[in-house]
Design a protein around this ligand. Structure first.
Ligand code: AHM
Ligand code: MG
Length: 332
């Protein structure tokens, strides 16, 4: 039986994707291949990240490669790696990336899918050896395959995602993804070069005791948010904020907690991007039994109006998101 096989010890990501593919006998397998392309690129990026602190040292010994790529910033390298993998794979027709102002039309005549990606999120943490991540969303294009990409292929609400995931480059590297049938997490074994299923059927606690927000901007919070933060303190919850969205989200998903990046008078739409940061994590959150809103509205129902648009984000354990939302309402 497929599901038993999937949860036995030592199942690689490739094998798992293959097992799941059998659940969709009429699917062409392109989405599976696309997920494998992303996983491969993430292994390459993982290798570059692990060497981040050595770049100058290695360079000093004359090991600069032909393209001089060590000299580039890691977020630029990650963007190149992922875009290249998606171009070569052939399943994707267009990419929206945090690193590019415009949509990249990959000119793949047979590409059915559109990918929105933040190739390396939290990149201010690279220099200080702290966890960073990759976030991706996959959509089916809505206009005919082979024709030029249209805005409606790109500007789809998050509820149209066919798959989404993140890679966390942490003390271990993990890949977590959903295709809308639950969430599964894989841990990278670097000496084998394989992701292994380590977190089958991830499910978020309904409630938690961790709140994650950049409290340095407290004075700019709206009254309802201030009230919520005060209630967290009264209950002596743990404040945890890495400043790497993927890492903060991942911890809260496993342990129970809420991550907040609010709108304030200084940043009226918050900081995070709807298309390649909020949507993917919102899809994963909901698939894991958690919740994601902009303080009022479900993230996945927001109709995007521009490529790099921002959204406030309240994401995590259902009860915590509900509570902060009700305080926002009460004080508005
Ligand atoms: P980035 O895409 O420029 O890396 O910014 C996104 C990051 C998130 O990972 C993190 O949660 C947030 O910015 C932290 O922002 P702040 O320093 O304002 O708290
Ligand atoms: Mg980012």
């Amino acid at each position: 039986d497929n599901s038993k096989l999937a949860y036995s010890v030592g199942v690689t990501l490739d094998r798992f994707i293959k097992i799941k593919q059998k659940d969709f006998p009429f699917a062409s397998g392109e989405l599976s291949q696309l997920l494998r392309d992303i996983a491969l690129a993430s292994k390459i990026v993982n290798r570059e990240i692990n060497r981040a602190g050595l770049a100058n040292i290695v360079g000093a010994f004359g090991n600069t490669n032909v393209q001089g790529e060590e000299q580039q910033k890691l977020d630029v390298i990650a963007n190149i790696r992922f875009t290249r993998a998606l171009t070569k794979g052939g399943e994707v027709c267009a990419v929206v990336s945090e690193e590019d102002d415009e949509v990249i039309d990959l000119q793949n005549k047979s590409g059915k899918y559109v990918v929105a990606i933040d190739p390396l999120d939290g990149s201010s943490n690279i220099d200080v050896n702290i966890s960073i991540g990759t976030i991706f969303s996959i959509y089916r294009r809505v206009t005919p395959i082979g024709s030029p990409i249209q805005p409606e292929d790109i500007m789809q609400p998050g509820n149209q995602q066919v798959a989404a995931g993140y890679v966390l480059y942490g003390s271990s590297t993990m890949l977590v993804y959903t295709t809308g049938h639950g969430v599964n997490g894989f841990t990278y074994e670097p000496s084998l070069g394989e992701f292994f299923l380590s977190h089958p059927d991830m499910y978020a606690p309904e409630n938690g005791k961790i709140y994650s927000i950049n409290e340095g901007t407290y004075r700019h919070f709206e009254p309802g948010l201030k009230a919520y933060i005060e209630s967290c303190k009264n209950k002596e919850f743990s404040a945890r904020y890495i400043g790497s969205l993927v890492a903060d989200f991942h911890r809260n998903l496993l342990k129970g907690g809420v991550y907040i990046y609010p709108a304030t008078d200084k940043v009226p739409k918050g900081k995070l991007r709807l298309l390649y940061e909020a949507n993917a994590l919102a899809f994963i959150a909901e698939q894991a039994g958690a919740k994601a809103t902009d303080g009022t509205q479900r993230i996945l129902d927001i109709i995007p109006s521009s490529l790099h648009q921002r959204t406030p984000l309240y994401i995590g354990s259902v009860k915590m998101v509900d509570e902060v939302e009700s305080l926002l309402r009460k004080h508005r």
